[in-house]
Design a protein around this ligand. Structure first.
Ligand SMILES: NC(=O)c1ccc[n+]([C@@H]2O[C@H](COP(=O)([O-])OP(=O)(O)OC[C@H]3O[C@@H](n4cnc5c(N)ncnc54)[C@H](OP(=O)(O)O)[C@@H]3O)[C@@H](O)[C@H]2O)c1
Length: 332
């Protein structure tokens, strides 16, 4: 069996395509033959090493938390799954960033972590949408939901999570403002529901937001973090919300809560979608909602780029260089 493994933390060059031994699935486990493996920014954070990891990694490590594929075989005691079933998974229980292993041709996972893929959703679409879509769902269903006409600001609106947030919030009636790193990304974001793309490398996004939504936006969705967080507080209208869900540019520094009072009684939230998957019924319901939205075309999910799994270092470089839009998928 082949996998992309790391033997130390570092840049994309630490990813090595090599043989590994995969034992037969144990009791309660299913062996999944991956057909589409997800690429997430968190894979880069784990590769680099740092604040996500509570315990030191035990090398070699196969990265990746999410994939789609088919059941290859089942271990003792597994009755819900059979060879040939189309499945997906996001995380396999336990600490999310430490229980990785998707960057391989096959993987044994607990049967309880699998979700059945509906006919209307392809393997590549599933790999592109599960984690990112559940992240959007967590924010929209649990933290902040727009009322019709509410202006919202989405940072990196052409990103994997950004295009899902844009489509979903617009479907719920929001007016979507979104920051983007290039004119090409502006056109892309627009095609996915962003009404007002803002070129934040060229223009001051606070000024632009105030021009488009003079009273400020009702909510900011910020996956960029360090570079955008503090200025985002100036975009939110009184009693509004700022959700920081990611750190693509670096971790947000500690926040003086008094600032939230001074800026207009604002709220700030820092979600991790894994809290959202903490009980099986919630997980099941949220997958069902997500796949329904995709099947009905409310959420358009097009894989913008694919890479061979053995070329995953190139994929990491492109992701870090902000070189692509939407979701990319690794193909074993
Ligand atoms: N809280 C959670 O549970 C959760 C779940 C999923 C993802 N996340 C986090 O959310 C963030 C976005 O995820 P995603 O999948 O949408 O990411 P993505 O598709 O890789 O997009 C990241 C985008 O961020 C922008 N960016 C700004 N500064 C950057 C920098 N210094 N380096 C790289 N990119 C930079 C770039 O867009 P522009 O060129 O337009 O600026 C880039 O395309 C990531 O930090 C990810 O870890 C969190």
């Amino acid at each position: 069996m082949k996998a992309a493994r790391i033997h130390q933390n570092g840049g994309p060059e630490v990813l090595r395509w090599e043989d590994f031994e995969l034992p037969a699935p144990g009791p309660g486990e299913v062996r999944v033959r991956h057909t589409a493996i997800s690429l997430n920014f968190s894979d880069i954070n784990v590769r680099r090493g740092g604040f996500y990891i509570a315990k030191p990694l035990v090398f070699p490590v196969i990265l990746g938390n999410e994939a789609a594929g088919v059941v290859a075989s089942v271990g003792p005691g597994v009755s819900d799954w059979k060879p040939g079933d189309r499945v997906g998974y996001v995380g396999v229980g336990g600490p999310f960033y430490e229980n990785t292993g998707s960057y391989g041709e096959e993987r044994n996972v607990p049967a309880s972590s699998l979700v059945r893929l509906p006919d209307g959703v392809s393997d590549q679409q599933a790999a592109a949408v599960m984690l990112k879509g559940l992240t959007a769902a967590c924010m929209i269903n649990r933290i902040w939901r727009p009322k019709a006409g509410d202006p919202v600001l989405i940072h990196a609106a052409a990103s994997g999570v950004g295009i899902l947030l844009s489509q979903w919030l617009k479907h719920l009636g929001a007016v979507v403002l979104g920051t983007v790193g290039s004119a090409e990304k502006a056109a892309f974001a627009k095609a996915y529901g962003c009404d007002h793309p803002i070129l934040y490398r060229e223009l001051d996004f606070v000024t632009e937001v105030k021009r488009i939504a003079p009273g400020g936006v009702a909510c900011v969705f910020d996956g960029v973090g360090q570079d955008t967080f503090m200025k985002s507080l100036d975009c939110v209208r009184p009693f509004g919300m700022l959700i920081n869900y990611g750190n693509a540019s670096g971790h947000v520094p500690p926040l003086d809560l008094l600032l939230l009072a001074k800026k207009g009684s604002l709220s700030v939230s820092r979600p991790a979608f894994s809290s959202y998957l903490s009980d099986p019924q919630t997980t099941h319901d949220n997958f069902a909602e997500l796949f329904d939205l995709v099947s009905r075309g409310v959420l358009k999910v097009e894989v913008s780029r694919t890479y061979r799994l053995q070329d995953v270092a190139d994929a990491h470089r492109d992701l870090e260089n902000r070189a692509f839009m939407g979701s990319a998928v690794l193909v074993p």
